[in-house]
Design a protein around this ligand. Structure first.
Ligand code: HEM
Length: 209
């Protein structure tokens, strides 16, 4: 769970930094999209490096979902009979108790997001390679902007607990380290949340685009 989580955290950070080029204008982000396809040339054929990254990402995603399912099964086996009274949580917070829900929301979002901005099936004005125009056309639709904002709130909550608990899984947990872990988790979640939410928000309100 932690190792695949680290790969996915790395992706969301790099992906967000890349997407923020939308604020530098159409040429900057379109050129960045093209650069991704040319990465590794001439040593590798065009889009080869991109496909390698996609394969690693898909592997990490599958591993993450399988590990989550195994963890859920283990949890159920540890306590087959449900609690009879409301739980009085000691160590769990809202983010940790909703990991499955926020995870499912993010997974459903990724499916829609690929249909919207990679394949264009869910975006009638989609033109391959025109990343800036595709983003503006997509986020100008109010329900789509709301869906992106809601999914990225779920992602930030998911990351807050994930970035905290990955240290636990790797055995890096002690009272001296824990304040730093908390700052790291909160900081990572806030950066991704604010960065990702800003784009649909500023485009739907016509501040950008
Ligand atoms: C508001 C936030 C986001 C924006 C503006 C955005 C934008 C984009 C764009 C424009 C593309 C297509 C790039 C191209 O074809 O050149 C893309 C692809 C993709 N995005 Fe996002 N994205 C956002 C959030 C996310 C999040 C949160 C995830 C995952 C949790 C994600 C996962 C992906 C994946 C897997 C691809 C396909 C990459 C590929 O195979 O080429 N995105 N995104």
């Amino acid at each position: 769970m932690a190792v695949s989580g680290i790969v996915l955290l790395g992706f969301v950070l790099v992906h967000m930094i890349g997407n923020l080029k939308v604020y530098l204008g159409a040429e900057a982000i379109n050129r960045y999209g093209e650069w991704l396809r040319e990465l590794g040339e001439p040593a590798l054929p065009r889009t080869a490096a991109l496909w390698i990254v996609r394969a690693v990402l898909a592997g990490a995603f599958v591993a993450h979902v399988v590990a989550a399912a195994q963890l859920t099964a283990l949890n159920r086996r540890a306590r087959p009979v449900g609690y009879r009274s409301p739980r009085d949580y000691v160590a769990a917070n809202f983010a940790s108790r909703t990991m499955r829900w926020t995870g499912v929301i993010v997974a459903l979002f990724v499916v829609f997001h690929l249909l919207d901005l990679t394949w264009g099936t869910a975006n009638p004005k989609f033109v391959r390679g025109e990343v800036y125009d595709n983003m503006v056309a997509s986020f100008r639709r109010v329900p789509v902007a709301i869906a992106y904002i809601a999914a990225n709130v779920a992602l930030a909550i998911h990351i807050f607990h994930g970035a905290w608990s990955l240290f636990q899984t790797l055995g890096w947990s002690n009272p001296r380290l824990n304040p730093a872990r908390r700052w790291f988790a909160a900081g990572f979640a806030a950066v991704i949340g604010i960065g990702n939410i800003s784009m649909p928000l500023l485009i739907v309100t016509r501040v950008v685009g």
